[in-house]
Design a protein around this ligand. Structure first.
Ligand code: GRF
Length: 201
């Protein structure tokens, strides 16, 4: 059974989508570990409720000791390598990983980003897309799963889906539509990667 490590920093609704897909037999994989860099991440509770091992691994102790992000990334990779993951899924993981981490898992780290390739990279992509819509600049955004490279939210796209915006949308309406799309493509992308059948775009 392929082994997944899922990395989170927050609410964990995408982690929950993966947990549900595994439990419902839609995804033939095992979540070997859930990692969070934030203690308060509700996703840690979701993992514990599902009986999945968790690892809380904060950056702050490294910064307090004057150690580099690369030192953190390398140690984090070491802790994850122990569970021998076939695929590492960044699901709302809010820390840019350096080659000190990525080089340990070449071609095996994928990321969910709530925007289309080349648009709204970085944080707050959903609200930034909504503001652009309000300015009349776009009528759709989207989300994508991509392979992780050192450049943020770049890397080969595995799956992407458009998410429309409508005139009477509030931000909450749009966010709900976006998260529903995310929960779908994150499971699809994991399945494709594990079957090693990436859809060429
Ligand atoms: C998602 O929109 C994800 O794309 C972004 O943060 C949100 C995480 O949601 N990076 P959750 O923690 O999976 O609920």
């Amino acid at each position: 059974m392929p082994r997944l490590v899922v990395m989170i920093s927050g609410f964990g609704s995408n982690l929950q989508a993966i947990i549900d897909a595994v439990n419902e037999g839609q995804l033939s994989a095992e979540i070997a570990l859930v990692v969070s860099n934030r203690k308060a991440a509700y996703g840690l509770e979701r993992a514990q409720l599902a009986g999945i091992p968790t690892l809380y691994f904060p950056l702050k102790p490294y910064k307090d000791q004057g150690l580099s992000r690369e030192a953190y990334d390398a140690d984090l990779a070491g802790r994850i390598a122990v569970v021998q993951p076939d695929l590492i899924v960044l699901a709302g993981w809010m820390h840019v990983l350096s080659p000190a981490f990525l080089d340990c898992f070449p071609g095996r780290v994928i990321n969910l980003h709530p925007a289309l390739p080349g648009e709204f990279e970085g944080v707050d992509a959903i609200s930034r897309a909504y503001e652009a819509f309000r300015r009349g600049e776009i009528t759709r955004s989207g989300c994508m799963m991509h392979y992780v490279v050192p450049t943020i939210d770049a890397g080969e796209v595995i799956l992407q889906v458009e998410v429309p915006l409508y005139p009477d949308d509030t931000l909450e309406h749009f966010e709900g539509r976006m998260h529903a799309a995310e929960h779908h493509i994150i499971v699809q992308a994991i399945r494709l990667c594990l079957e090693n059948e990436r859809i060429p775009l």
